[in-house]
Design a protein around this ligand. Structure first.
Ligand SMILES: NC(=O)c1ccc[n+]([C@@H]2O[C@H](COP(=O)([O-])OP(=O)(O)OC[C@H]3O[C@@H](n4cnc5c(N)ncnc54)[C@H](OP(=O)(O)O)[C@@H]3O)[C@@H](O)[C@H]2O)c1
Length: 316
């Protein structure tokens, strides 16, 4: 029987958790094995993880008893919530409460909780610079995660608070890639003026998490920010111009204009970009590329990520 420690991974068929399962399976000397948690053990994505050597178990994070069972016998757990599946900060906080209870019941020795800043610490609800959303949030998908941090601490769950960054994959899957204007010229739009955006290849999040599990005790009770690079919209547009071999300009718009795009979540994301821009120093102080690279020597730069992924970015 293997004496490796089991890491149970929520969101294992998704971006963050999938990266961690793949990182563990690719590193036979890590001392860990991966247990992938999914709602559907028969999906193609779940089967692909099993083929890499992961144990695959079924649980829905809304079901505390099922999640507790899925964690039993594991040393570590990686927890991420899925805001965009329901867009409810209240539900996201409920999911975090279930994760805390399940980790405690299962006696998990090291949790990595994928979180983000509670922006209200810097922009109180009374601050008119950006609208208050859903009655009590500035950036709902940040604030619900940040507010949940204390649940782990209060319950005495040994936790590392992993502060992630903007996925560069949003250029592929979230409609944020360069767009052609009426004149046919390509432009990359971001509501951040010349401020820098903390960005990362989503696959690197799991690789950094494995680095944290390997150094266990160093990181329990600590907050760790991870980032690939801090780049302005202009720098990102220039890197894309180089990668695609054609001119892509930077189209700096205001956060208010972005909020007005009107798609579901546009107001949340407009506030998020405004927070990234106006609190650039806060974000970069916590997220150091050198520390992320120390955890994950394969950490990608934006240029390297573009070279590997540009064929998937639609230039429409
Ligand atoms: N996009 C960004 O730039 C960015 C940056 C930082 C943080 N985030 C945060 O990242 C989070 C999402 O993580 P992700 O991108 O890794 O997710 P993802 O790629 O969308 O994957 C979600 C996976 O989670 C599983 N899942 C969904 N609902 C579940 C449930 N009720 N119980 C169990 N599993 C469930 C699904 O797996 P099955 O179908 O197999 O069950 C799915 O494959 C969000 O909260 C978001 O705010 C995003």
């Amino acid at each position: 029987m293997s004496n490796k420690k089991i890491i149970a991974v929520v969101g294992a068929t998704g971006a963050q958790g999938g990266g961690l399962v793949r990182a563990i399976c690719a590193d036979p000397d890590s001392g860990f094995t991966a247990r992938a948690i999914t709602r559907d053990v028969n999906s193609d994505k779940a089967k692909a993880l099993a083929a890499l050597g992961a144990e695959v178990v079924a649980a829905d994070i809304d079901d505390e008893a099922a999640l507790t069972e899925a964690l039993r016998g594991a040393y570590g757990a990686f927890f991420v919530t899925f805001f965009w599946a329901h867009m409810s900060p209240e539900k996201e906080k409920a999911e975090a409460r279930i994760m805390v209870a399940a980790a405690k019941a299962a006696g998990i020795k090291h949790v990595i909780w994928s979180t983000l800043e509670d922006t209200r610490e810097w922009v109180p609800l009374s601050d008119p610079r950006m609208p208050t959303l859903m009655g009590e949030y500035k950036v709902p998908h940040f604030d619900a995660k940040g507010e949940s941090n204390k649940l782990f601490t209060e319950a005495g769950v040994p936790t590392t608070f992993l502060f992630t960054s903007f996925y560069w994959e949003n250029l592929i899957y979230f409609g944020m890639g360069p767009k052609k204007g009426p004149d046919g010229a390509l432009a990359f739009t971001l509501p951040m003026a010349e401020a820098k955006l903390a960005g990362i290849a989503s696959e690197d999040i799991g690789k950094c998490a494995l680095g944290i599990f390997k150094r266990g005790a160093d990181f329990i009770g600590k907050s760790v920010g991870i980032v690939g690079e801090h780049l302005s919209g202009r720098q990102m547009a220039d890197a894309m111009s180089t990668a695609f071999g054609q001119s892509i300009s930077y189209n700096a718009i205001s956060p208010a204009t972005f909020r007005g795009f009107g798609f579901p979540g546009a107001d949340d994301l407009g506030n998020m970009f405004q927070f990234y821009a106006e609190f650039e120093d806060v974000l970069s102080e916590r997220r150091k590329p050198e520390q992320s690279r120390a955890l994950n020597p394969q950490l990608q730069t934006f240029a390297a990520w573009l070279a590997a992924n540009k064929s998937q970015i639609p230039l429409e």
